[in-house]
Design a protein around this ligand. Structure first.
Ligand code: KG4
Ligand code: ZN
Length: 348
């Protein structure tokens, strides 16, 4: 069966056709980066207007590139949360319309669960169901969470950020350093060009066990990135007008702090043992330093590391269609009644 996936939770309008349980036949992603770059971040009104303009052509292109017709599609899968309400609504409305017009099932998908699925899209990668129980790290502009999938595939959040997401921390630092938007790739590029150490260590945002924001989660599995951003601002106030080499060294030191914060928490979560694999997803999983460090963490824990191919790290619809193809998500009459759910939790 062919599944058409639709994704519009943030600033990418995406559609894909995936064969249930297997191959990605097409994956079209229209990014709005150029529209948001002048504002240094995603502007919800601009995002939803662009989704409205692009959703139909992107869906059409995905079906065309898959070499099939709408009549060949067996189900429509769509992200219904978490994300920006006005952005989610565009994809969800399009999906409901298509499912109704084609008389095929609608499958509503959790965006964070879809990011985990992206690690299983590469040809030759194992099936998720054969990798359970699984530890997953989802790191993007909107999310930073360590999630355990039990033997039954049910998700449990083990740790998460108490404030900014890791991608947000990259984006904000890049703005402070004048490196542009999106910040992750810009910081990575600058860091790679550094010729030596900065001689200053940025904090990794350790959280005290008594922190009221934990809500029952383990402090040593949670993150906090807002202090890191503040520490960069303080550093720049004390050391103003850095030259280009200093900017590169600051970027490297800042990236190290984020990578270490993420890697050390994952190492702690894996130390519990019993996981058959460690999967990573989200835009920040494109980061080369993070990928290398997480490989060390996985090797130390003796579990395989599953990283998405670069084209599936950021938001895309192949991961959405693939998750529906695994039989996950909400379908049937209940799906048609679902509304866009900005605060949806992967725990369901
Ligand atoms: O998953 P994604 O495309 O969208 C969200 O759901 O947020 O992630 C976007 C985030 C941005 O914050 C961006 O700066 C970050 O991923 N990012 C990176 C890299 N490429 C993108 N962060 C670090 N290193 C990168 N190479
Ligand atoms: Zn995402």
């Amino acid at each position: 069966m062919l599944v058409l996936g639709i994704e519009s939770s943030c600033d990418e309008t995406a559609a894909a056709v995936v064969r249930a349980g297997g191959e990605v036949l097409s994956s079209v992603v229209h990014t709005q980066i150029a529209l948001h770059a002048p504002h240094g971040g995603v502007v919800p009104e601009i995002a939803s207007r662009s989704h409205l303009e692009m959703i139909a052509p992107v869906i059409r292109k995905a079906v065309e590139e898959a070499g099939c017709a709408f009549a060949d599609i067996g189900a429509v899968a769509v992200t219904y949360g978490p994300g920006l309400a006005s952005s989610l609504l565009v994809g969800l409305s399009a999906a409901k319309g298509l499912a109704t017009a084609l008389s095929i099932p609608l499958v509503c998908i959790d965006h964070v669960a879809a990011h985990i699925q992206s690690a299983f899209l590469a040809p030759g990668s194992p099936r998720k169901r054969d990798s359970l129980p699984l530890l997953a790290l989802v790191v993007s502009g909107g999310h930073s969470a360590i999630i355990g999938l039990g033997p039954d595939g049910k998700a449990r959040i083990l740790g998460q950020t108490l404030d900014d997401a890791a991608g947000e921390a990259f984006d904000k630092a890049s703005k402070l350093l004048g490196l542009g938007y999106p910040g992750g790739p810009a910081i990575q590029k600058a860091a790679m060009g550094a010729h030596g150490p900065l001689g200053h260590v940025f904090p990794q945002g350790r959280i005290s066990p008594g922190n009221p924001g934990l809500g029952g989660l383990r402090a040593d599995l949670c993150f906090s990135f807002s202090g890191l951003k503040t520490s960069l601002r303080t550093y720049l106030a004390a050391n103003p007008d850095p030259d280009e080499e200093r900017v590169r060294r600051i970027a490297a030191a800042y990236q190290d702090a984020i990578v270490e914060a993420l890697a050390s928490r994952c190492a702690k979560a894996l130390a519990k043992g019993g996981y058959r694999a460690f999967a990573v997803g989200g835009g920040v999983s494109l980061n080369a330093a993070l990928r290398a460090r997480l490989k060390e963490v996985a090797d130390e824990a003796g579990v395989p590391l599953l990283l998405p191919e670069p084209k599936y790290c950021g938001d895309n619809a192949a991961m959405v269609a693939a998750l529906a193809g695994e039989g996950e998500g909400i379908t049937g009459p209940a799906a048609m009644l679902l509304d866009a759910t900005p605060g949806l939790s992967v725990e369901g």
